[in-house]
Every structure is written in structure tokens, then in C-alpha cells.
Design a protein around this ligand. Structure first.
Ligand SMILES: [Zn+2]
Length: 171
């Protein structure tokens, strides 16, 4: 677990390690949500509900506003719900999602979603570089040089493939 946390931090993400049993990390996590609109996602059984109920007991009962409808695949519609937080801000809960979707991202924008790619973006030889096997690709050079973790780049390639083959759109 510590390894995963370190790798995410190195990639440029803020990580809050929390425990609903010991209460560890909950105060910092709650503070990070205050005054913002945050999306909650993760596989079923990951403990989202337990975590959110520790952030604000009774939160799940206060569901109110339907904020957006998303069409996934063939006529499957699910709702996202905005839950107001006492500390200000909202949580966007996404019941029915088993994993993170990629709505509204253009394939050419995906690279900027990887924080550790950003320092070299715009420096590739070709302006429309997708960072696969193009010559003069700075992202790939950074992977070879160990500045970007190889498995992160591989994740990028998988997601890129997904976006290019089956785009999903907001209604
Ligand atoms: Zn490139």
C-alpha cells in the first residue's frame, strides 16, 4: 500500500490515506473536500460509503439534486447525485458505476490528464503526438529515462486506445 501511495505522489497526485476504523487521515481528507465539488468513484465494495459516512454522518440520506445524466454504451442511463456538505461544497456520487469512465475527454487531451507528463508536453517533435512510437516523442524519452513510470505510460496507452475506439459522450 505504501508503495502505491508513493508512486501516486511521485506522479503528482495528492494522496490521503484514511482508515474508517482508526480515524487516521479523515480530518485532512474532509478538509480537502470542503468548499469544492468532488467526484466520488471506485469499485463497489471499496468502502466509499463507509468513508463518506465518516466525513459526514447521514450524508447518504440527504441525496437531492440530480445533476447530470450520462449515457453509457447502449441506452444505459445512470444518474450522478450532488450531496451538499456541511463544510461547504458538494460530493458527486455516481451510483451504478463500476469504474471510472472517460466521458468528454478528447484523445488528444488525455496526455494532460497525467500530471507527470505535463512538464514535457508540447515538446514532442509532432504537435499532434500521441506518445506511442512517434519519433522525437519526449514523453516516451522520459519513460526510457525513468522520469515517468513505465506502467503509467502503459495505462495511458490503454486509455488512449479506449478513447479512440469508443468515445462516450455526455448527454
Ligand atoms: Zn509524444
Amino acid at each position: 500500500m505504501q508503495d502505491v501511495i508513493e508512486r501516486c505522489r511521485r506522479a503528482g497526485y495528492t494522496v490521503h490515506a484514511t482508515s474508517t476504523k482508526t480515524g487516521e487521515g479523515l480530518a485532512a481528507f474532509s478538509a480537502a473536500l470542503a468548499g469544492r465539488i468532488s467526484v466520488v468513484t471506485g469499485p463497489s465494495g471499496a468502502g466509499k460509503s463507509s468513508l463518506l459516512n465518516r466525513v459526514q454522518p447521514g450524508l447518504q440520506l440527504r441525496t437531492a439534486e440530480i445533476s447530470a445524466k450520462v449515457r453509457r454504451g447502449k441506452n444505459t442511463t445512470v444518474s450522478a447525485v450532488m450531496l451538499p456538505l456541511d463544510a461547504g461544497g458538494y460530493l458527486v456520487d455516481t451510483p451504478g458505476f463500476s469504474e471510472v469512465g472517460l466521458w468528454g475527454i478528447e484523445p488528444g487531451e488525455l496526455d494532460s490528464c497525467f500530471p507527470e507528463f505535463r512538464p514535457v508536453l508540447g515538446e514532442c517533435r509532432y504537435g499532434d503526438c500521441r506518445h506511442r512510437t512517434e519519433p522525437g516523442c519526449r514523453v516516451r524519452e522520459a519513460v526510457e529515462a525513468g522520469q515517468i513510470a513505465r506502467d503509467r505510460w502503459e495505462s495511458y496507452l490503454v486509455l488512449l486506445e479506449e478513447l479512440e475506439s469508443a468515445p462516450e459522450e455526455w448527454e
